[in-house]
Design a protein around this ligand. Sequence first.
Ligand code: ADP
Length: 189
Amino acid sequence: MMRLLIMGPPGAGKGTQAALIAERHSIPAISTGDIFRANVSEGTELGVEAKSYIDAGDYVPDSVTNNMVRQRLGESDAADGFLLDGYPRTVSQVEFLDGILNEQGVALDRVIELSVDPEEIVGRLLQRARDEGRLDDTEDVLRHRQKVYTEQTAPLIDVYRDRGIHVTVDGMGSVDEVAARVAAAVETS
Ligand code: ADP
């Protein structure tokens, strides 16, 4: 069983690849973005708290996000493996995740970083915003999200590289091409 993490800037195609990896390895794909969006649309207390941050392209505070992830990882389907998508996103989230996994006596097997061309991404995201009616995703918000990623999340790559579990995968190309590269990267762990 695998414990995996997929990283990459907004628009890198993490969600699409996450679903494919999860199916291949029979593990749940856990996306904090999806959990937040579900809570926003259901109007839960968590959703109300998260919405303003998400709309602005900022990260939801760690106090909210960390507890949500602890709870999700405690569910039975995640006991033998999981793929995290969109968490951890800050150095303090890395520490929190380390704490959860240490308590369980387990560790991440592999961190897959999807690398993509930033300009191409903003184009992709604007298209997705139009297709999915995510009209709040204006170009300014999308660029802000890229900046937040570069400042707060890109440094995590070094943390995982130092642990020897990080692998970079070229995220440009068709879904199938990228999926084949990701599969190869997971299997060479
Ligand atoms: P994308 O991959 O397009 O950046 P996600 O669907 O992963 O977006 O996340 C959408 C939004 O949810 C983020 O912009 C952020 O506001 C919030 N979010 C998701 N995961 C986290 C996290 N680990 N920490 C803080 N905020 C998060």
